[in-house]
Design a protein around this ligand. Structure first.
Ligand SMILES: NC(=O)c1ccc[n+]([C@@H]2O[C@H](COP(=O)([O-])OP(=O)(O)OC[C@H]3O[C@@H](n4cnc5c(N)ncnc54)[C@H](OP(=O)(O)O)[C@@H]3O)[C@@H](O)[C@H]2O)c1
Length: 215
């Protein structure tokens, strides 16, 4: 699949990008500046020379891709989606955004009462299928392709078919994806970001994760 990672120059986007490239996907690193996207893509190619990875700006990346992955900070969600709305029409948009707010990313807040994923769906309208995933995955070890990630990814969205596509992307990145119900449930994995950051700090570790048992 051709996957555009919008804001793909950060730790979460680069980590997922290199893993998807290693699984054989075409990865486009999107940035607000094409040159930055190109630079980060070439850095990823140094780490994984066999990968099909290129970089450009978010708008071109979204237009070329089959699937767009939104990996910007929450404050950048609304402005980024407004620049790519036309390009993602009719496509699947996977959002990894969690509305944490500095300086205390370890303390959870939900500014509008809706999850960031529901806000994205509201902004984009019904023609774009938003699925929330990867919020509970820390970026720390993602770029190390030999590192075994011991946790599940919670996937929230409307359509079973779209969640199956994301479940396959989870497997390609080295995780078990778990269908966690409707997009409305996305506030829970989004909230897990702050909770896991707090656990990391308290236990002095870097990649606390969660597992769903009993399934
Ligand atoms: N890091 C983690 O461990 C982790 C774990 C789970 C979920 N998440 C979530 O995943 C998302 C990305 O995380 P990250 O740590 O990779 O984020 P980040 O490094 O802060 O940002 C990612 C990229 O977004 C772009 N960006 C920054 N501010 C922006 C703005 N105001 N408007 C538009 N674009 C902006 C930048 O790319 P350009 O300058 O190239 O445009 C930046 O490189 C966040 O929503 C975060 O909550 C992160």
């Amino acid at each position: 699949m051709k996957i555009a990672i919008l804001g793909g120059t950060g730790p979460e986007g680069t980590g997922l990008g290199i893993r998807w490239a290693a699984a054989g996907h075409q990865v486009i690193i999107g940035s607000r500046q094409a040159e930055k996207g190109e630079k980060v893509a070439s850095e990823l190619l140094e780490l994984y020379p066999k990968g099909d990875i290129k970089g450009t700006d978010n708008v071109i990346a979204a237009g070329e891709a089959d699937i767009a992955v939104l990996a910007v900070p929450y404050t950048g969600q609304e402005p980024t989606l407004s620049t790519v709305k036309k390009q993602v029409k009719g496509k699947l948009l996977v959002t990894v955004v969690a509305p944490t707010k500095s300086p205390k990313a370890r303390a959870w807040r939900l500014p509008s009462g809706l999850s960031a994923a529901e806000e994205a769906q509201q902004q984009l309208g019904d023609g774009i299928r938003v699925v929330a995933a990867f919020q509970n995955i820390g970026a720390h070890n993602l770029k190390d392709l030999d590192y075994v990630l011991d946790c599940d990814v919670l996937i929230c969205g409307k359509s079973k078919e779209d969640k199956k596509i994301v479940m396959d992307l989870c497997a390609d990145a080295g995780f078990r994806g778990v269908n966690a119900g409707a997009l409305q449930n996305a506030s829970v994995p989004e909230g897990l970001v702050s909770l896991l950051i707090a656990v990391n700090i308290i236990y002095k570790v870097k990649d606390a994760g969660i597992r769903i048992t009993g399934i």
